[in-house]
Design a protein around this ligand. Structure first.
Ligand code: MG
Length: 206
């Protein structure tokens, strides 16, 4: 499996990092070795500088998608949860300044924290009307609605599938709202969808 991550998909977040609002989706990949599964601690990488949380709606792909039309793209989604797209921010800024790929700052072991998958898609699920919230050490640090995505989930799946075939088991991280910030050893991170806690991870010792 692979993880496809969308960047700059909420205008307020693009702004907080000094990026322009994109005219088409921005995406990058994380390998399967990036996953931190439920019940496991976040292990900080051996990278200097800030490591940041980014709470994101994550959808599970349940079919082969190649050039899938927008109108059929949601049929590829079996379930959804929350994830943290952990980012070595200082390093990412250095890479961006040099015009280099972001993988070293984004794709390290453990950098994709996955929540509990308890929310299967039903006929009434609206992926663009979910309240998502991240608490760090009990205090809210990110809070938004998926209605504020610049590109909705079906558009993202269709767009990515023009370039990369999506396969069963792949995960799509759909971008983070504003409020990103650093994590440190001992921090407790909790993610909620519509008030239901689906993600709970502690930052452990390396
Ligand atoms: Mg992200």
């Amino acid at each position: 499996m692979k993880i496809v991550c969308i960047g700059r998909n909420y205008a307020e977040h693009a702004k907080e990092l000094g990026n322009a609002t994109p005219s088409e989706p921005v995406f990058f990949l994380k390998p399967s070795t990036a996953c931190t599964y439920p019940g496991h601690p976040i292990l900080l990488p051996p990278i200097e500088g800030e490591i940041a949380y980014e709470l994101e709606l994550v959808v599970m792909i349940d079919g082969y998608a190649k050039d899938v039309p927008v109108s059929m793209a949601l049929g590829m989604v079996s379930s959804f949860t929350l994830g943290l797209d952990l980012t070595a921010r200082t390093l990412q800024n250095e890479l961006k300044a040099k015009g280099l790929p972001w993988e070293k700052a984004k794709a390290w072991d453990g950098s994709a924290v996955i929540g509990d998958v308890e929310l299967p898609m039903t006929s009434t699920t609206d992926l663009q009307a979910l309240a998502i919230e991240l608490k760090k050490n009990g205090g809210t640090v990110q809070k938004d609605t998926t209605a504020n995505m610049l590109f909705n989930v079906q558009t993202l799946i269709s767009y990515v599938s023009r370039y990369i075939t999506l396969e069963p088991g792949d995960l799509l991280f759909t971008g983070t709202p504003a409020g990103v910030g650093p994590i440190a050893e001992g921090d407790v991170l909790e993610g909620f969808i519509n008030g239901k806690r689906l993600l709970h991870a502690t930052v452990g010792k390396r």
